[in-house]
Design a protein around this ligand. Structure first.
Ligand SMILES: *Cc1c(COP(=O)(O)O)cnc(C)c1O
Length: 423
């Protein structure tokens, strides 16, 4: 076995990996079609024909509905916007509590704060890094209105258990499936199991439109409410039914015709791109399986994982060496190896509670004060994985052809071979 690159030996990955790029001739054709039409967006923020967007936007939504076998799809200009539209649509009130995972992109929780509701962070399960249903159940209070459930890294959360909790307590469930388009849970598309699901079309997700997102639901009323929130709904909504008016205020979350046309071409490739990603991950798992103290991804029975990130966990014995292992692998040429992920409940903005001015709103206000706590100790499983044991390979960033995967596997084997020499 060669010397480690960090100790003067040759690199296992001696040429940079090619960037992941799912775009091709189909997207180029789609862009030119829209350019030639002269209409780059056909949305109007007023009642009438233009309220639901132009032909590409509508066709994209219909094609998404068909592919995901769901009644309604509402495109938006990002998954962040989509999560905001979703939380508003389900009808949260200021001061309501919404349970969410801390192990997710920050937008899963800011979507709650946008509506002046209170994010309550429930810990994750260590195998799939998704919300632990037992922790969710323990945190339900009379103020709880909804649950935002990330399907993190591309593996579906335990939706059957979470939906049962929601049923028992009359809660709405929003799936943040930004990282999980194409993942399955016993044949059902992840993202279509709750009241609303949200997918991202940001440039480094499985398929993309540069920026973009799409929300899905079976409920026509929720679809309508998201369409209103997307496009200056207060100008459009009629009637004095307070349920119809609640949370309908002027945003512009609209996707352009150009993006929608690219999205249609991308959607047609989704299953093939997901299959390639899964093949790369499976090859990696086979190659890493024999390394002591390295836990490769867990895929629950009946589920598929689509590996936006390829998650690894070190044994307790190896945890003290995480930094040295990551540095040695980086020196071998492995790009984007993250130590830890995200623990939103420890962000200073939450701990300080000064997100809207300095008064402590929405935690403090209208004569009441929320007892929700943030910071260290709130989600010990997420915190210890983040601080000590988790390593993530960002498969989303590069192509990972079989030969690339084999070089990554060699890098790991070399580092493990020399483990005793790592400080
Ligand atoms: C990427 C991502 C988002 C936000 O998506 P954008 O389209 O970039 O706004 C939200 N949640 C999760 C889990 C994500 O990975």
């Amino acid at each position: 076995m060669d010397e480690l690159a960090c100790q003067g030996g040759p690199r296992s990955i001696d040429a940079p990996l090619a960037a992941y790029d799912p775009l091709g001739a189909e997207e180029r054709e789609a862009v030119l079609r829209v350019m030639d039409s002269g209409v780059l967006s056909a949305f109007l923020g007023s009642p009438g024909e233009g309220f639901l967007g132009g032909p590409e936007v509508r066709a994209f939504e219909e094609e998404w509905q068909r592919a995901f076998e769901i009644e309604h799809a509402v495109s938006v200009n990002s998954a962040t916007s989509g999560l905001m539209a979703a939380v508003g649509a389900v009808g949260v009130e200021p001061g309501d509590e919404v349970i969410v995972s801390p192990w997710t992109m920050s937008a899963s929780a800011t979507a709650i704060l946008l509506w002046n509701a209170i994010p309550v962070f429930a810990d994750i399960e260590p195998e799939t890094f998704n919300l632990d249903p037992a922790r969710v159940r323990a945190l339900v209070t009379p103020r709880t209105r909804a649950i935002v459930v990330p399907d993190i890294f591309g593996h579906g959360a335990r939706m059957d258990e979470i939906l049962a909790i929601a049923r028992d307590h009359g809660l709405k469930v929003i799936e943040d499936a930004a990282q999980a388009p194409g993942a399955l849970d016993r044949g059902r598309r992840v993202g279509t199991l709750g009241d609303i699901g949200v997918y991202s079309l940001n440039y480094h997700k499985h398929i993309h439109t540069g920026e973009g997102g799409i929300c899905v639901t079976r409920d026509p009323r929720l679809a309508r409410r998201m369409q209103l929130i997307r496009n200056h709904g207060e100008v459009v909504v009629e009637g004095d039914d307070p349920e119809e008016l609640q949370n309908i205020l002027g945003f512009n979350f609209r996707l352009t015709e150009l993006q929608a046309a690219i999205g249609r071409a991308q959607l047609a490739k989704l299953d093939r791109l997901v299959t390639q990603r899964v093949e790369a991950a499976d090859r990696l798992t086979t190659g890493l399986a024999t390394l002591e103290g390295l836990h490769t991804p867990v895929v629950r029975d009946g589920c598929t994982h689509v590996y936006y990130v390829y998650p690894l966990v070190l044994s307790e014995a190896l945890a003290p060496k995480r930094g040295a292992i990551a540095r040695a692998l980086a020196a071998e040429g492995l790009p984007e190896l993250a130590q830890g992920y995200v623990v939103v409940h420890r962000y200073a903005a939450y701990r300080s509670r000064i997100l809207y001015g300095r008064s402590g709103f929405p935690w403090k206000g209208a004569g009441s004060e929320s007892g929700v706590v943030y910071g260290d100790g709130v989600c010990p499983v997420a915190e210890s994985l983040h601080d000590e044991r988790f390593l993530g390979i960002e498969l989303c960033a590069h192509r990972y052809a079989p030969t690339d995967v084999d070089r990554v596997v060699s890098a790991f084997h070399k580092v493990w071979h020399h483990m005793d020499s790592l400080g």
